[in-house]
Design a protein. Structure first.
Ligand code: ADP
Length: 179
């Protein structure tokens, strides 16, 4: 009798605000690609958080940065994460862990998501040491005050932050979305 072999694609969902995406996030995606066949970066459409970048802008930035990675899919979602995940073929929610302050909140979220959908697991990846203290929030605070965020976010993000905060853009950072 012939046995059918099913190939199950391993897909992870990496949800977050990504307002804006930093090298910390990018590092997690790149390392996840070593484990999963596909990573769906899911931008949370969360109006209460009053994001600096619109959902569409955040998606567009991420899509541009991963334009050469066909295994990275960029999407956005509204409402409950578990409802969104159920519509995909992912079984794993991926989260990054930075300094210890992340862990309590993440533990609550992971337990809650698991009780909402027992088929789902949350996988935590520890951040690389270089990005331990990088957060979108601090990046925005520093950029708003005119401080340098080079090396912590891609050049495209540095330029867009300067545009948002109406700060002068140095020549070398004058790159477009599609560069
Ligand atoms: P949220 O608003 O859901 O916290 P974020 O965009 O801040 O979303 O982060 C999304 C995920 O990426 C979270 O799991 C967060 O802990 C993780 N993350 C954020 N910054 C870093 C970083 N510098 N290194 C590793 N993981 C990070």
């Amino acid at each position: 009798m012939m046995r059918k072999e099913y190939f199950m694609e391993k897909v992870a969902i990496y949800p977050g605000s990504f307002d804006p995406i930093t090298y910390g996030h990018i590092d997690i995606v790149e390392r996840a690609l070593e484990i999963f066949d596909k990573v769906i970066v899911a931008v949370a459409h969360n109006a209460e958080k009053r994001p600096l970048f619109t959902t569409e802008e955040r998606r567009k930035i991420i899509r541009t940065l991963f334009r050469e990675s066909p295994n990275v899919i960029v999407d956005s979602f509204k409402g409950l994460l578990v409802d969104y995940v159920a519509k995909t073929n992912a079984r794993v929610i991926l989260r990054g862990l930075r300094a210890t302050s992340d862990s309590e909140y993440e533990f609550h979220m992971a337990s809650m998501n698991r009780s909402l959908n027992t088929h789902l697991d949350t996988l935590f990846m520890m951040t690389s040491k270089d990005y331990f203290f990088v957060s979108s929030r601090t990046i925005k605070e520093v950029a708003r005050l005119g401080g340098g965020v080079e090396g912590l976010v891609p050049d495209l993000v540095t330029r867009l932050l300067k545009e948002k905060f109406k700060l002068p853009i140095p020549k070398k950072n004058q790159i477009g979305w599609d560069d």
